[in-house]
Structure formats: C-alpha cells, structure tokens
Write a protein that binds this ligand. Structure first.
Ligand code: BG6
Length: 501
C-alpha cells in the first residue's frame, strides 16, 4: 500500500478516541498499515504530540485492557489550529511536509472530518487554499461522516461545495452500515449462490421486511437527535443502503463503479411516497415514559437536550414499492426505532406460498411460508424457515429452522466497520462509500415525507411505551391475513424472548 498520512480534523473529539484510533491500532496490530505511515491529529485544543499520544492512545479509556504496543504511539502527531482561520492551514501544510520528510510518506494524505457538519464545506476550502486538495504532489482523499445534508436541497448544496475543491472520486462518505460484514454479505448471499438469485424477484417473493431496532433511547445526543429524527438518522442512509444491497440488479463486475451504479439505479426506482399519501404509507411514533425491567424509563420529551413539545419521531415504519421489472408490486416494509425491546437489525424475505395447497388444512398460511432471515446484528447469520412433515399419521406440517451463525466460522476475525472502511480509503477503494448522486437520490425519497410532516401537522404522531415494539398501528401497514412484523430476538433462532437481559 502507498505510504500516507491520516489526518484527523476534530482529533480531540469523542469519535477519535472511541472509534478512529482503536480502528487504526487494530490495523496496526494486523500489519495492515503501510510501512511509511503517520497520523496527524488536528483540533483547536492546545496539545503537544506527547499529550495527544497519551489522550488518544496510551490512556484512551476505549483501549483499556489492551496490551499496548507503544511503538504505535510514535506514529501519532498533533497540530493545534483554529479550524476557521485560513492562516492556520499553513501550519497543517508545513507539519505535513515535515512528517513527509521524517517518515517518507510521499505527500499522500487522507483528511478525515470528524467535525460538526457546519464545517464540512469550510475545511475543504481552506485545504484547497494551501494546495492540499491537489492530487499532483501525492494523492489526497477526504472522508466525511453523516449527516450528508438535512434534506434534498442541503445535500445537493453540500455536494456542490465539496466538489468545488475535491473531485467526486476523492470524496469518501462514510455510512458505517456499509462497513458491516453482514451488509456486505448480502451481495455475496445473492450473487455467489445459484439457489437464491433465481428466486429473488416478484415471481417468488411475497414481501420484504427490514427492521433496525434499538433498545437505547437518545442518551446524550438529544440535541442532535431532536433536529434529526429516525427518518433522517437511520432511514435515509443506513436502511436504504441495506435495501439497495437486497434489491439492486446484479452489477456487471464487483468493482466500485459497477456496484455504485446499480445502487443509484435502485434508489431512482423507489416509488416516492407523495405528500398526500404519507398517512397511508408511513407511521411515525415517539416513545413515552414506561417501566422497563421494573424501572421507569423516561419519555423522549424528558430526555436531555430535547424540546418538551418535540414532535420529532423516534420510530418510523414505512411501506413502499420499487418500480422496476424485478420488484413490481412487491411491498417493502422498513421500520426503525429507539427504546424498542431489543437491539437487532435484520432483513426478512417472505417467499410466496406454493401455487397449490396440498396440505392446506394444516397450514397457518403466511406464517408457514418460507422465510429467509438475514441477520445483520447481533448473532449475525442466516436462518431459513421451511415446512417439514411432523412424524406420525397424516400430513401435519411444521415450520423448522436451518441456521448459520457467523460465530461458527471460528477462524474468521470479523473486523469492526471502521477498520474495514478506513483500510478501504487507504487503498483507494470507494466501493463501500456512499456516492454523491446516490445520497441525493435517497433524499429524493425521504424529502416528501419530511415535507408532509412539516406541512400537515395533523398527521398523527403516535406515542408508544418505552420498551414496546412501537405504535401498534404499524402492524396495519402490512397487508394480508396472518402477516405481521417479525419481532427479532437477541438470538437469531429465538422467536419469543426478545428482551435483552
Ligand atoms: C447512527 C445513528 O448512525 O447509527 C444512531 O446516528 C444509531 O442514532 C446508530 O444509534 C446505530 O448504529 P449501529 O451500528 O449500532 O446499528
């Protein structure tokens, strides 16, 4: 791999300690980092290199218990600047040149913006003033975290601003769901197996469900969350990315642009939910105070940083269609929420029932249909449900499970999402990053829903007790007899005890 410097803006922030340095350290231990490598932390706080080494690595509480190799600390440098002062970026340039000389890092830089979104367009402009955006003297790459805009028009504006200074192929937009092994595995399940793909269409699939449940509330992020809500926080990005992996057409090759082109096409094929249809296709909810395990959990409006009259949704469930040859008339249902009974993300593919019900009297119709459950987290794995004859007289049919758990692959080390994603930028592989046009296309779907909520305040916001599965009315989104959401449990194969103990 090319020699390079990993520059973190916002280096004294929480993400650096919690995710970035631990991920870089894992890569270091696994010998994945290039031989000539350094990290430059940049932030407002005055710190020396040694202070930063202590704070980010040697005394990092998120690395407690690690038997640390102190040589890694030598790779860390720090530069204090006022991020809003153009002048100060000279210091960054000079520091980088010094590191290049010291460590032979060849002028190749990754700039990771772990800063508030208001700085996203500003830092690239200041870097450009110093020629630090220019691929000439070495390559230059820029990583940003969500939110990529607040709605369609701000997302477009952000893209335009970033693209003024960096080419699209230098910009890496992190969606940490794409770094999850199990999300990547959706493509392998579909495209590396002869048995699934032939069935992966409207002829055999009845409907698809995606659930991303969280048992936690908004914790310390009330201030951010209250302006965001579940639709922006989880659906516009993570959940639509999962849907894209489930539903996109086979790419021509496994390279970044083939895969990203197919994802864009998929986003463009999702039928928008018009403002006037939002009550029919979207259910929004907000958790209210209720006892969980004998302790009263606060309601959303009582959380720190949240407006006491807030109408921000902490739960959303949607039904939509994908208007293309493969998926015509197949409903997709997605839901996500905070303060649900457990933390689990999974996709459920419900197959159609056989054309002729030979054992009809014995079947509990839809619930007996074949289901493929793809578990994103936790207890990552696959579960296939199918009917078997109960031994004995007659033809009694029972649904049984065939399951695979990632934990059975004892020799597989499942890397953390950030490790995988950071390594990919280092190699210059954008496959698992969101492309600008796709981000805008995903906003195209979400925007009318946000507008409807804003323009038609009489659209119901349902309260649901903390620790429940959200508004009961969300069950009505799913049509058909005997069909309801599958409520995931902590363990993939359990079907009753879903509460995390
Ligand atoms: C983040 C959201 O992007 O994803 C959080 O901002 C959410 O609100 C988190 O909790 C969920 O990620 P994961 O990996 O825990 O499913």
């Amino acid at each position: 791999m090319d020699p390079q410097v990993f520059v973190i803006f916002g280096a004294s922030g929480d993400l650096t300690q919690r995710k970035l340095i631990p991920a870089l350290y894992e890569l270091y231990k696994g010998n994945f980092l290039p031989k000539n490598f350094a990290v430059l932390g940049v932030s407002r706080t005055e710190l020396s290199d040694d202070d930063f080494r202590k704070e980010a690595f040697l005394e990092n509480p998120h690395l407690e218990g690690e038997n640390k190799n102190e040589d890694f600390a030598e790779l860390l440098y720090y530069q204090a600047i006022d991020t809003l002062s153009a002048e100060d970026y000279k210091k960054v340039r000079e520091r980088l040149s010094a590191i290049d000389e010291n460590r032979q890092t060849g002028g190749n830089y990754i700039f990771y913006l772990s800063v508030p979104p208001s700085l996203y367009p500003k830092i690239p402009a200041f870097l450009a003033d110093e020629g630090l955006n220019d691929n000439g003297a070495g390559w230059r790459r820029l990583i940003i975290e969500k939110p990529f805009g607040y709605d369609r028009s701000s997302a477009r504006k952000l893209n335009e601003e970033l693209q003024k200074y960096f080419h699209e192929d230098q910009i890496y937009r992190i969606d940490h769901y794409l770094g999850k092994e199990t999300v990547q595995n959706l493509l392998v399940t579909r495209f590396a197996n002869g048995i699934f793909e032939p069935l992966w269409n409207r002829n055999y699939i009845h409907h698809i469900e995606v659930t991303a449940a969280e048992d936690i509330g908004v914790e310390k992020r009330g201030g951010y969350y209250d302006k965001s809500g579940a639709l922006r926080d989880m659906v516009q990005n993570h959940m639509l990315q999962v849907v894209a992996h489930m539903a996109m057409e086979p790419p021509i090759t496994s390279d970044a642009s083939s895969i990203r082109n197919e994802k864009l096409k998929l986003f463009q094929s999702i039928r928008p939910i018009g403002e006037s249809e939002v009550d029919k296709f979207v259910i929004r909810g907000q958790y209210i105070s209720a006892p969980i395990n004998g302790k009263q959990a606060p309601g959303y409006r009582e959380e720190e940083g949240v407006n006491e009259d807030s109408t921000t949704e902490t739960y959303v469930a949607l039904k939509f269609f994908i208007d293309n040859w493969r998926w015509a008339d197949v409903p997709f249902y997605i839901r996500t929420g905070k303060r649900l009974p457990t933390k689990a993300t999974e996709v459920v593919v419900y197959f159609k029932s056989p054309p002729h019900h030979l054992f009809r009297s014995e079947l509990d119709l839809m619930n007996m249909n074949n289901q493929l459950i793809i578990r994103i987290q936790p207890d990552e794995g696959l579960l296939l449900k199918f009917g078997m004859k109960v031994p004995g007289a007659g033809f009694k049919v029972k649904n049984v499970d065939m399951d695979f758990h990632y934990s059975d692959l004892t020799d597989a080390d499942v890397p953390e999402a950030y490790e995988r994603l950071i390594l990919d930028v280092m190699k210059g592989d954008p496959t698992l990053y969101a492309r600008g046009d796709s981000v805008e296309a995903a906003w195209d779907f979400v925007d009318p829903i946000l507008n409807a909520w804003q323009n038609r305040p009489n659209i119901k916001l349902y309260g649901y007790p903390a620790g429940s599965w959200g508004p009961v009315v969300a069950n009505k989104l799913i049509d058909g007899e005997n069909v309801s959401w599958r409520n995931p449990c902590k363990n993939l194969t359990d079907s009753e005890d879903y509460r995390l103990l």
